[in-house]
Write a protein that binds this ligand. Structure first.
Ligand code: COA
Length: 381
């Protein structure tokens, strides 16, 4: 007899979940807003923001949308994974700041990408949204329903931030990150957990549209983000290490077995506190929040993409991803990194050319890339 285990179905939970990330991409708005500029808007200072959060600047939309940023991130992930949009079977966009109530952002992304065969829908779990979407796509692929998926975290939080509230407006930024998942013959995602605690929903919230129809008109709520920062801080320090432990035990690994912890980029003190509680050196917890602020669902995939493009992820590395935020929602995932970026695929479209517009609109291919991220040679066509 030969026993055939269908693609992706694990013999034992936690042993062989055969899904891997084959491409990553990210997109940030052009405008960078420094702490000094924030001090011109509200009563704050660069020193206060850096000391309490680790944030130095953030990207803020001057026209970029959840959809446009998501499309750019997806195009880069597809190029990195060397796949065409027409091959994509599932698109999940994690966002809590979509431009439109209807249709969902994922369907708009599908249309702009030209991913005609893909099923597309949004998922909102705030700052844990990307992680929850990753788990959802993973479950679809593992169940044999789809072969691949684009999983995106995209946010334009600047439209829900109260720009007069210094306690929140300094924390957030806009951006998008995407990963391309595909069924694999080797274990990729080794363990994952996710949790929700709706009883604590009031600590971080933002009201939607008011109910107004011919029969009732209810008062408008607060359409801007409001937050009990200390509660959120305490929740993250309490729950994130616990859920990482849970995912690690599912994967039968200890914290020391993990090369890098790619955590939601809310606050440097939160991340260092989590490292401390796990008795791990902070160097295992890469951060980009100094340049990006908290981008909610986009934080993890943007950081992941930056690590890939900086050449910091090598095949066989063990990573933990962990997201936490409004809901409250939190979760963690342990994965084996299976793809090292070879930079042989198309990496983007030339937006401007130093020689006038001769290169504009052309596709770019990097033939080689140094470990420091320098393009050694490029081909345009
Ligand atoms: N600039 C200067 N002062 C500020 C300020 C700012 N941007 N924001 C708040 N303050 C003031 C407060 O008004 C308070 O003043 P008071 O003592 O006169 O009342 C003082 O700083 C201390 O406020 P506190 O809330 O105790 O500060 P903190 O050390 O807890 O830091 C946060 C505040 C928001 C940075 C911190 O609680 C935090 O990061 N929480 C988690 C938030 C988060 O990550 N949310 C998203 C999760 S996904």
């Amino acid at each position: 007899y030969t026993l055939e285990i269908p693609w992706g179905q694990s013999a034992e939970k936690g042993e062989s979940m055969a899904v891997k990330i084959i491409g990553t991409g990210s997109a940030l708005p052009k405008k960078v807003v420094s702490n000094e500029e924030m001090a011109g808007l509200v009563e704050t200072s660069d020193q206060w923001i850096r000391e309490r959060t680790g944030i130095g600047s953030r990207h803020i939309s001057t026209g970029e949308t959840v959809v446009s940023l998501a499309v750019e991130a997806c195009e880069k992930a597809l190029a990195h994974g060397d796949r065409k949009a027409s091959e994509v079977q599932l698109i999940l966009v994690a966002t809590c700041t979509p431009e439109k109530g209807i249709p969902c952002a994922a369907c708009q992304v599908q249309s702009l990408l030209g991913a005609a065969e893909a099923v597309a829908f949004d998922l909102n779990a705030a700052c844990a949204g990307f992680l929850f979407a990753l788990h959802t796509a993973h479950a679809y692929i593992e169940a044999g329903i789809y072969d691949n998926a684009l999983v995106v975290g995209s946010e334009v939080l600047s439209k829900v931030v109260d720009w007069t509230d210094r306690g929140t407006c300094v924390l957030f930024g806009d951006g998008a990150g995407a990963v391309l998942l595909e069924r694999s013959g080797q274990p990729g995602i080794l363990g994952f957990v996710q949790h929700s605690d709706g009883t604590k929903g009031g600590v971080l919230q933002c009201d939607g549209r008011k109910l107004e129809n011919p029969f009732v008109s209810l008062p408008v709520g607060n359409p801007f983000l409001s937050m009990d920062g200390r509660e959120v801080f305490a929740f993250a320090l309490r729950q994130v290490p616990a859920c990482i432990w849970e995912a690690l035990s599912q994967a039968k690994l200890s914290p020391e077995d993990v090369d890098l912890y790619v955590l939601h980029q809310a606050n440097r003190r939160i991340i260092e506190g989590i490292a401390g509680r796990m008795n791990l050196e902070a160097a295992r917890f890469p951060m980009n929040l100094e340049r990006t602020g908290n981008m909610s669902s986009a934080s993890i995939p943007v950081l992941l993409d930056e690590l890939v493009r900086e050449g910091r992820l090598q095949e066989g590395m063990t990573l933990v991803l962990s997201g936490f935020g409004a809901g409250l929602t939190y979760g963690a995932c342990v994965l084996k990194w299976q793809r090292s970026l070879d930079f042989s695929g198309e990496i983007g479209i030339v937006k401007e050319s130093v020689r006038g517009d001769r290169g504009a609109g052309k596709k770019v291919q990097a033939a080689g890339w140094g470990g420091t991220g320098i393009i050694l040679s490029m081909r345009c066509w």
